[in-house]
Ligand binder design. Sequence first.
Ligand code: FES
Length: 124
Amino acid sequence: MTDIVDASEQILCRLSDIEDGDARGCLPADGQDQLFVVRRGAEVVVYLNSCPHNWRPLEYRRHQFLAPDHSHIICYAHGAHFEIDSGYCFAGPCEGKSLVRIPSRLAGDCVVVPRALPPTRWDG
Ligand code: FES
């Protein structure tokens, strides 16, 4: 699996590990996923798991990043609502700000992102 990425990239997870329309946290560090992936069919969007309101992780339990109907992303800390495709906050305490999107690509069944990532700022 590693021969399909170069030294500047890393494999996050397999596309087939994410149900269509659902999300999954990836890249745990100190027990907290640094990124999350949202799948829509054969496409994915990847965001830093750090909310632009208070720079906290978004999920209320592992892999729970979406509204119950999977129509958008929710930060469960204080209820910010984000569009899936753009990461734009359309309601909540950080309305008008956006999640930090991570460039990604699919290599076969693998979701690939750069090895160099922005800081999550959970403690900031
Ligand atoms: S930290 Fe996300 S809404 Fe407050």
